[in-house]
Design a binder for this molecule. Sequence first.
Ligand code: M6R
Length: 606
Amino acid sequence: MCGIVGILSTRPVAADLVDALRRLEYRGYDSAGIATVEGGHLERRRAEGKLRNLESRLLSEPLEGNVGIGHTRWATHGKPTERNAHPHMTARVSVVHNGIIENFRELREELTAAGHTFETDTDTESVVHLITDEMDKGRSPVDAVKAALSRLKGAFALAIIFAGEDNLMMAARLGSPLVIGHGDGEMYLGSDAIAIAPFTDTVTYLDEGDYAVLHRDRLEVFDKDGRPAVRTPVKSQANALLIDKGNHRHFMAKEIHEQPEVISHTLAHYVDMAQGVIRMPEMGIDLAKIPRITIAACGTAFYAGLVAKYWIERYARVPVEIDIASELRYREAPLPEGGLAVFVSQSGETADTLATLRYCRENGQHIASVVNVRTSTIARESDVVLPTLAGPEIGVASTKAFTCQLTALACLAIAIGRARGAIDETRERELVRELVEVPRQIANQLLDETQFETLAHLLTKTRDVLFLGRGVSFPLAMEGALKLKEISYLHAEGYAAGELKHGPIALIDENVPVIVVAPRDSLFDKTVSNVQEVAARGGQIMLITDAPSEEAGCPLAAHIAMPLAHEFTNPIVYAIPIQLIAYHTAVLMGTDVDQPRNLAKSVTVE
Ligand code: M6R
């Protein structure tokens, strides 16, 4: 992860570097730093913690250089201290890096033996010394970087500046995203186009393995074999995505409240509203003939994929294999000939998901991705992209991206069902009608959050929380637990309601709240039996349901009353209460809701 930026200009760049880093803080916020070329020398300022600490440092110790690079860090190698903060540098070279250099130990040993002194615990510092070493042997900066790149193993996006060079910056990418921005006599680079959006809307995306030489007035790109490469600049839409919190206290609250609108946008992409039927983009594969579907994703996106498994198997009658992306490819799972592999990702840059996508491609799968960032690497490496129209999601806890992923996947399930004859036209129209109702049902839930605030007060007094759900509500139970733990730091686990008696029930006592996702669907009675097992052991039950509280058959610590929805669309509608429970609990606990500790929005390391 980490975010990197660079600017080549004829005016001091420090303020704009910090401004660009602010839009990359979603990628990590353990520390931040910038370096510029000042009177031929390299100078840097770094600070532990959030970007505002770096800003304070720059107020007292400004940087005046016209060429600079910046970094916001999510620590992988070495503690999140100032010493380990980027940029890393020698007297000749300064580097910012996103990714992991896998062979850094070997390089470090070799360079230490050659007389280099390392100051940090990071993998990145080996890159700085490697380039310096090549320059010390007499190579030019460009040739030194080229030689160094050939030695690096792992994933990286790099930006590099050099002492004595105030019209040169170099960049390289392999496995981590990087975009170059073209200004008027200026050049920019960033981990994404939003970082540099206020400065330019003309951008060039580097391909895998590319490296680039930037001067103020020109860009030269070379491919992985060092051959000059043509990468055509495109117009970026990122400027339209610059956003603020509106009148909400946190981005997460704003994003929760945007859901009726963004789900509508997503639906409009997949539904022919006039006909009341699904209109999928050309999939490039005959959906009627797919032998099996493989789904892989991470975190919340994985839970969206798990809901899709229930939908696709039940409504389209196709077997679905699903695994978390960091596991699937290492299992060396056999994949069927002619199979469809679906990857779900908000950012489209998640390293585990991307690596598994490539594994599936190597194994002959047709690749579809459900992504929010259409310019992302996962989108670009897919045969077909099923976009979610959630807009930029800034809060680290995924909310609107999740419900938009569910919306797109629900449409996919119907489309597959139709193609295979498992769903007839009448059924398709019925399911589409129910989907179209979802934004209104969610908007109604968002009118009054009092019941969630009340429930959150109860949760702040506990240390452990269990979430239960059965059938398609099981993934929601796990998503509820993930949401709560990531932003409130309370320990939470999600279980299949029927699994409780096989072990976790031993945890139940009067101090353990059990939040049950229990729409009144075909499994409701079975879930109620599990609720009673909890009640019999003194557990505090908090029921999220459209059924009256008496139907629980036992006293409830809380009853979250849900609108009546359809069994098919329940997972989308029931996502809202679990988001609001986590949000209000975190607010009461006083945590950093949008940037919880140890996390980053986009996880670009394996
Ligand atoms: O960008 P992605 O959807 O691929 O990200 C996957 C996970 O890292 C992400 O969903 C994570 O679990 C969220 N922080 C959960 O709220």
